[in-house]
Design a protein around this ligand. Sequence first.
Ligand code: SF4
Length: 408
Amino acid sequence: MNTIARLPQPETIKVSALHAYAYCPRLFYLEEVEALYTQDAAVFAGRKLHEELEEQEDGTWEDLFLESVDLGLRGRVDALRHRDGQVIPYEHKRGRCYRDEQKQPQVWESDRLQVLAYAYLLEMALGVTIQEGRVRYHADNVLVHVPLDDAARAWVREMIDRARTLRNSTHRPPVTDNERLCTRCSLAPVCLPEEARLAHDKEWQPVRLFPEDDDRIVLHVLEPGTRVGRTGEQIKVLRCGEKKAEVIPARQVGQIVLHSFSQISTQALHFCSDQEIGVHLVSGGGRYLGSFDSRQGSIQRRIAQYGALVQPEVCLGLARQLVVCRGRSQRKFLMRGCRGRVVPELTAAIAQMKAVLKQVGKAESLGSLLGLEGNLAATYFGVFDRLLKDVAAELRFDGRNVGLRRIE
Ligand code: SF4
């Protein structure tokens, strides 16, 4: 076993990340910049294949971690073999190879880049000449040779440069034009490519990608005094006054919601943080208090939100919608109050609110919008007491007020 291990430096890019970049730049960005990873059945099947290969070869496979700061690359080579005095890196793929127009077996573009990157990395790190890399596709039992020449080396360097540039960008790339890539992409459940396409093209007919649901449970701790702790890889829940705790395997838990005055230990919090289990606090009355959540938030969404909110026309558009929604629901409330009876004040207010609501969509400044909003509110609250039947005069509203008024 020949193992060279060095601590990776942040400037270098993983070969696997370069493979992701060649597959789809958005995939690279989601994983490398936003640190969003998901593991679907294909990812686990790929790992299993490598484990089986290692077992079959009984230790003859070399586990070699390499890094070249000059090249800007690091990675762990799947396997190395010596053939006719040459060192040849191998990549193993679970799926099928690509077939060209003559039905000849070829490597997929991202696999080509990956095996060439490993070959070039070997050259740079070990100072030996590598003539080719090989990719074995296990589903159709095909071995494809990929020569490493100057053009291939230049291509690897160019792709490293492009990936580095994207890594420093704050803009998530758009979804790929090749929708077929998305059907096999493990990040589809967080990338939401079909939703993004629909957002840009209202005529788009989305394909359902069937993302797997997170079927981990949400653990609600309702009883005050209940203590949540950790024991090994399990979450421990001990009810107040009981001696025996209930234990739940951590992998089955996605979120813990602590209601009222239940407690959680520091060790359990550390563990939840490590396992990406969100912990949320809710008051006894059901009010949300806060969260302790180490999962990656949607940074890109927030950047887009802040970017939009500094644009006055976006703010005005949102404010118009708020005023319209509120005004419409208040007007509807007054209309319900007219059911089965005639109340002239309510009828007049409903008609006036309708007229004002028509103007809201045309408001050209926040100032004029505020005036219209005030008009709607004054009309609504001006007749609000007419919604109540048979109320004593002293209980009728004479304006908006805060808190309770004592009635002698
Ligand atoms: S789902 Fe599609 S667009 Fe999104 S990262 Fe994967 S391949 Fe790219």
